[in-house]
Design a protein around this ligand. Structure first.
Ligand code: NAP
Length: 274
């Protein structure tokens, strides 16, 4: 895929993996818009992107919004896509994780995690999809996690939200494919970002031991896998070898099942038209 003149909206684009993806796509000539809450981080990121621009015509923009709020999510996307600048690619990277023993985690953590990881992803997708259907083209990339297909000790709140992202995205992929819109899901491993540093303060010993001695990868490596995954239109983007192995063990030949489902859906659409 050629990213030149493509408008890519990245939620969580001011930090960690989202920011690393924003850097790569700016270098590849895309118009990049980022959304997050903290204005100072957004400004700092746009300044960095400006220094990486590939051509003077590129539009590099930001919008501050709390994506757990539907109205703010709607306004952010509407403002960023105004003046005939529709979204070609939406990357939902904004996320939050707070591990802990189930009995110690307050209900508020479950709500906050679901609100940003799942509803934040749903809201922005809900805004862009009608335009993409109208244009018969588009791409939605949603961030789950290895914890989004392999639940683990300490992640009752986070795993539930990331499983939700996966379930949502799998169904969405089937519905949008006939409209020429692609959906990918990213399952990153532990990645050295502010989120991981925050999480590490709360991980129970069992969670740390289950994670094993593997050191975290870098946001730049994950971002490169994401960009390559988009270029190849991969349904599941799994940046680590361990992650790919676990995915195979826990999901089996899911590609075959998807092919079968797509075949039935295409048949149903032909019958509806006839
Ligand atoms: N790092 C890992 O080890 C790891 C592993 C697996 C999956 N992931 C997933 O990968 C994605 C990126 O993670 P990361 O580690 O790069 O995180 P990060 O560095 O903490 O960045 C998170 C981004 O999301 C934004 N954000 C958070 N809450 C928001 C809200 N309510 N509204 C709008 N923006 C919000 C943050 O900006 P503001 O705070 O300014 O809003 C920031 O830009 C997340 O979905 C995460 O769950 C990460």
């Amino acid at each position: 895929m050629d990213f030149h003149n493509r408008h890519v909206i990245i939620t969580g684009g001011s930090s960690g993996i989202g920011r690393a993806v924003a850097r790569l796509l700016t270098q590849r000539g895309a118009d990049v818009s980022i959304i997050a809450r903290r204005q100072e981080l957004l400004d700092e990121t746009v300044a960095e992107l400006e220094s990486l621009r590939e051509n003077p015509a590129q539009r590099l923009m930001s919008h501050s919004a709390d994506l757990t709020e539907w109205e703010q999510a709607r306004k952010a996307i509407t403002d960023l896509t105004a003046n005939d600048h529709p979204p070609d690619i939406l990357i939902n990277a904004a996320g939050f994780a707070h591990p802990g023993y189930f009995e110690d985690l307050p209900l508020e953590i479950f709500h906050t995690t679901m609100d940003i990881d799942y509803f934040g992803t749903l809201y922005t997708t809900k805004v862009v999809v009608p335009t993409m259907i109208e244009r018969r083209s588009g791409y939605v990339v949603n961030f789950s996690s290895i914890a989004g297909f392999l639940s683990a000790f300490g992640y009752t709140a986070y795993s539930a939200a990331k499983f939700a992202v996966r379930g949502f995205s799998d169904a969405l992929r089937q519905e949008l494919k006939p409209h020429g819109i692609h959906v990918s899901i990213v399952f990153p491993p532990d990645t050295d970002t502010p989120q991981l540093h925050y999480e590490n303060q709360f991980k129970p010993l069992e969670t740390r031991l289950l994670g094993g001695p593997v050191s975290a990868t870098t946001a730049d490596k994950v971002a490169l896998a994401v960009v390559r995954g988009i270029e190849r239109k991969k349904t599941y983007i799994i940046p680590s070898f361990d992650g790919r192995l676990y995915f195979l063990l826990f999901n089996g030949p899911v590609g075959l099942l998807q092919w079968y489902c797509d075949h039935i859906i295409a048949k149903a659409r032909r019958e509806r038209r006839a």
